[in-house]
Design a protein around this ligand. Structure first.
Ligand code: NAD
Length: 468
């Protein structure tokens, strides 16, 4: 059963293209916005398109990649507005920063470096080739950012991509896929190189994972989806959850540390996976840190009754998971709903608590930041490792003591370790380095880029081209 007229047009296009002879297939499909009513069609159209795409010169591919980067910048406002309206998560201004960041700092073809070995026996070349078709499962928290960023890296590597977006972000995700297809076709590439389905669901995601024409899977989301792609039997990259701890020691610039933490933990209402999720402060500086965090826009919960109001609102069920209605909401809305007086400038809610509290243990993904005291640096590091739950995602430290910084970085082994800045510096916002919205801790690729979506191939020329 077809869902909408766009899906109907796409189905006709994919069927016509599928029935063309080999000679006719050399011509890329000229229309199609990448949206199909069913996952099988989305995969099949992508397979046809990728066969055309890999024949393009690198110069032409580069032009396409640059056009996708530009569209991320040009449409940052539109996509951010759509994401906030549809998902109810995060805030518009920070999403604009994130979408623009993708356009400005996601690596393209320049990430793909060949290697060579020369010697008495000739020349051996290692080249990075496309995997083929990648199935990419994307989250609610960075819907357009992940689709844009993954498309740039995956297409730069010569692949086609079929997206399975989160059902709660389907409109913004489809819009992003449409814009990408438009940019590809306008720059001489084939239509439907990036596809998705009109109505994403778990069933469609399962179909994508099991589809025989899908060569590689990339999951960006929580532990469930990472586990699912790793169990698929296909080559898989898993970019999973985090619970980033922040340590502040007694050598830190406390005023700056407080301000950085408030900025980082309130960015996009704390839904970003790298965002500060709990603070561990040495007891000697903890009161001053809390004082300075308030000066930077944090509201401190000071009474048991306010704490109860907050807990009753934002935690649900016996196991005290974060309440879905408050994930990604802003601090003022949460305080208002909880009936807690606050300043109109409030950006973040802070509360001092014990390490066993659900605010500390859970990835809350809302601007509620718990603070736990530690007696000394060793206790702080031990606690941070425990609270990160072995995700190896992100950790932050504010300190001027090189020994402390090194000890924590070595012990926690996270993919991202930020020193003396907000956690988002690890994504390239105010920090050096390229960006990605697929941070693969569980499978070890780290901050993914084009080279991670390739197969390494060796080509050996015996007794030739050794020109020394
Ligand atoms: P989610 O896990 O609920 O959903 C992510 C995607 O996976 C969605 O498309 C969803 O439909 C799909 N999905 C979930 N379970 C699945 C299963 N068993 N089989 C197939 N598909 C499945 O996550 P979310 O709420 O959209 O995003 C927030 C989570 O993602 C947080 O835990 C956050 O830390 C994490 N995240 C990680 C990164 C990273 O780069 N490491 C980036 C963004 C978000």
């Amino acid at each position: 059963m077809l869902q909408n007229p766009e899906a109907l047009v796409n189905e006709i296009v994919s069927r016509v293209v599928a029935n063309l002879s080999g000679a006719e297939l050399k011509k890329p499909a000229l229309c199609g916005n990448g949206i199909f009513s069913d996952m099988d069609q989305a995969v099949e159209a992508c397979v046809i398109s990728q066969k055309q795409y890999v024949k393009l010169t690198h110069q032409k591919m580069d032009k396409i990649i640059n056009a996708i980067k530009q569209l991320a910048i040009d449409n940052a406002e539109l996509l951010s507005k759509m994401a906030v309206e549809e998902t109810g998560l995060g805030n518009y201004n920070d999403k604009v920063i994130k979408n623009r960041l993708v356009g400005e700092k996601t690596p393209g073809l320049e990430d793909l470096k060949s290697e060579s070995f020369t010697g008495d026996n000739g020349l051996t070349l290692i080249e990075l080739s496309p995997f083929g078709i990648i199935g990419s499962i994307t989250p609610t928290t960075n819907p357009s950012e992940t689709i844009l960023c993954n498309s740039i890296g995956m297409l730069a590597a010569g692949n086609g991509v079929v997206f399975s977006p989160h059902p709660k972000a389907k409109e913004v995700s489809k819009k992003t896929v449409e814009l990408i297809n438009k940019a590809i076709v306008a720059n001489g590439g084939p239509a439907n190189l990036v596809t998705t389905v009109a109505d994403p669901s778990m069933d469609q995601a399962k179909k994508l994972m099991e589809h025989p024409r899908v060569d590689m899977l990339v999951a960006t989301g929580g532990p469930g989806v990472v586990k699912a792609v790793l169990a698929s039997g296909k080559k898989a990259i898993g970019a999973g959850a985090g619970n980033p701890p922040v340590i502040v020691d007694d050598t830190a610039d406390i005023v700056k540390a407080a301000d950085d933490i408030v900025k980082g933990a309130s960015f996009d209402n704390n839904i970003v996976c790298v965002a500060e999720k709990e603070v561990i402060a040495l007891k000697s500086i903890c009161d001053y840190l809390i004082f300075q965090m308030q000066a930077s826009g944090a509201h401190l919960i000071t009474t048991d009754s306010d704490l109860k109001k907050l807990e009753n609102l934002v935690l649900e069920g016996e196991k005290k998971y974060p309440h879905k209605d408050f994930i990604g909401k802003d601090a003022k809305t949460i305080l208002q709903k909880a009936g807690i007086d606050h300043k109109p400038t409030t950006k973040l809610i802070i509360v001092e608590t014990k390490k066993c509290h659900p605010f500390v243990q859970r990835e809350m993904m809302m601007p509620v930041l718990p603070i736990v005291r530690a007696d000394n640096i060793n206790e702080a590091i031990e606690m941070a490792i425990e609270l990160e739950h072995g995700y190896r995602h992100t950790a932050v430290m504010h300190s001027k003591n090189i020994d402390n910084l090194s000890a924590f970085a070595k012990a926690i082994q996270t993919t991202i370790f930020v020193k003396n800045g907000p956690a988002y510096a690890g994504l390239g916002v105010g920090g050096e380095g390229y960006t990605t919205f697929t941070i693969a801790g569980p499978t070890g690729e780290g901050l993914t880029a084009a080279r991670h979506f390739t197969r390494k191939r060796r080509c050996v020329l015996v007794e030739g081209f050794n020109i020394r």
